[in-house]
Design a protein around this ligand. Structure first.
Ligand SMILES: *Cc1c(COP(=O)(O)O)cnc(C)c1O
Length: 457
């Protein structure tokens, strides 16, 4: 008997309270935060879907692993345990622990970036792009055309446009130090990249003598999609698919706050000995000694255990299905969501949701604020606020205006998600009355984190 309901494959072991708030309290709180949801106190948030980064629940076995942490400055056995867990899935010669993904990016692009260089990806994540641009290099997105179309049902919308990549590498010969591939494609809707596309991208890169690095934050979710959607992959172990993905690349950057189930952590892994030596020297400058990087021994232990748990098929089936549950319910209620539903998040299409608000009045921001005011649900704008400002000071609309509802791992139950569905329905009813925003203050880099807004009208 195959039952319809896919249950959470865990029992709750420890709980944290949610503080109930009224709409009036939330209107006050968000106004005081300059209408920037990053500025809220999290006590004022009921269901926090701002990010799935570092917000998941660790398992009993991860908490137990924390007790094994060895805090020796050099040569800690916790590092060996961490490194072998990483290499079990990603057999790169060098594993360099960092405090999060962006620290790995900073080190890699300090070594490889610089003025005059260009670094293509399917789509760069915001911190990746910012670290590339900070080095003086240019970040270029070459995702397939379907990846930029919110209604296309392509099964692998994260795929690299390999024909464009090939032409790009010819035109920019000598200027491209590395090609990145983001798995899954976070900024493009949490969409997966097929194994076939990773293989083609790898072949194109290597034909041009350029290394390929994976931004592999959601490697397990990506591998699950490959298993479910790619011909010939349906019977395979996810860990085998992950190893195939890794063997096609020359290195990786990683945020361990995503699929490795950590609350903090990251790493840089690679095969090139000389580059690894250069990266370790940079690591010592800002992160720490190479056997702990930016982490405590206990964090390394928790991540090693998390890496074992995330490739479990029961977990991944539940994870991908529960994200789809939210997305399908919203679509059924007539709410425009990016299709197909991604792995870690549901993306509301704010352009379709609020067609009366022009891009430079930030429809995604307007929608995100409305969801918070109506129900205390915190999502994240991924649109013109995040991507509209360029290093030369100009501002243009982003390709898509999205609000991401990211699902923390193993944290919320189905009734929490049913509540989110209700809140989205209420905001849909209010949509015609919502207005746009203007930015009253913004920093030079990564403005979405600290900008302040004022409502128009
Ligand atoms: C989160 C993320 C990063 C950055 O990692 P942090 O740990 O937040 O610094 C890089 N790339 C992608 C795709 C991400 O999702």
């Amino acid at each position: 008997m195959a039952y319809r309901t896919i249950i959470e494959p865990f029992r709750i072991h420890s709980v944290a309270p949610l503080r109930m708030t009224t709409e009036a309290q939330r209107r006050e709180a968000v106004k005081a935060a300059g209408y920037n949801l990053f500025g809220l106190h999290s006590d004022d948030v009921l269901i926090d879907l701002l990010t799935d980064s570092g917000t998941g629940a660790m398992s009993r076995d991860q908490w137990a692993a924390i007790q094994h942490g060895d805090e020796s400055y050099a040569g800690s056995p916790s590092f060996e345990i961490f490194r072998s867990a990483v290499q079990e899935l990603f057999p790169f010669a060098h594993v360099i622990p960092t405090h999060q993904g962006r620290a790995a990016e900073k080190i890699l692009f300090t070594a490889l970036g610089g003025t005059g260089r260009v670094i293509p990806s399917n789509t760069h994540f915001d911190t990746t792009r910012a670290n590339i641009e900070y080095s003086g290099a240019e970040a270029v997105d070459l995702v397939i055309a379907e990846g930029r179309d919110p209604v296309s049902r392509h099964p692998f919308k994260g795929n690299m446009d390999t024909a464009r990549l090939d032409a790009f590498l010819t035109q920019n010969a000598g200027r491209v130090p590395v090609v990145m591939l983001t798995l899954t494609n976070n900024s493009g809707g949490g969409q997966p990249v097929s194994l076939e596309n990773i293989r083609e991208t790898s072949a194109v890169c290597h034909r041009h003598g350029v290394p390929l690095f994976l931004d592999a934050c959601r490697f397990a979710e990506n591998a699950w999609f490959i298993r479910e959607r790619e011909p010939g992959q349906g019977e395979r172990e996810v860990s085998d698919i992950v190893r195939d993905m890794a063997r096609l690349a020359d290195g990786m950057t990683m945020s361990a706050k995503k699929d490795p189930m950590g609350n903090i952590g990251g790493w840089l892994a690679l095969n090139d000995d000389a580059l690894a030596e250069q990266c370790r020297a940079l690591l010592i400058l800002t992160e720490g000694f190479p056997t702990y990087g930016g982490l405590a021994g206990r964090d390394l232990e928790a991540l090693a255990q998390g890496l074992k748990e995330v490739v479990d098929h029961d977990y991944l089936r539940y994870r991908i299905r529960s994200t789809a549950y939210l997305g399908e319910a919203l679509a059924k209620a007539g709410i425009p969501v990016l299709q197909p539903i991604g792995g870690h998040a549901v993306y509301l299409d704010a352009k379709a949701f609020l067609p009366h608000i022009p891009p430079l009045q930030y429809p995604g921001q307007a929608l995100a604020v409305a969801l918070y005011e109506a129900g205390g649900v915190r999502g994240c704008e991924i649109g013109t606020v995040m991507f509209g400002r360029h290093p030369d000071g100009s501002e243009t609309p982003a390709t898509m205006e999205l609000v991401r509802l990211a699902i923390p791992r193993r944290t919320y139950t189905q009734s929490h998600i049913d509540y989110v569905i209700e809140v989205c329905g209420e905001v849909a009813r209010r949509a015609p009355t919502l207005s746009g925003y203007r930015i009253s203050h913004e920093p030079k880099q990564l403005r979405h984190f600290t900008a302040r807004f004022e409502p128009l009208a």
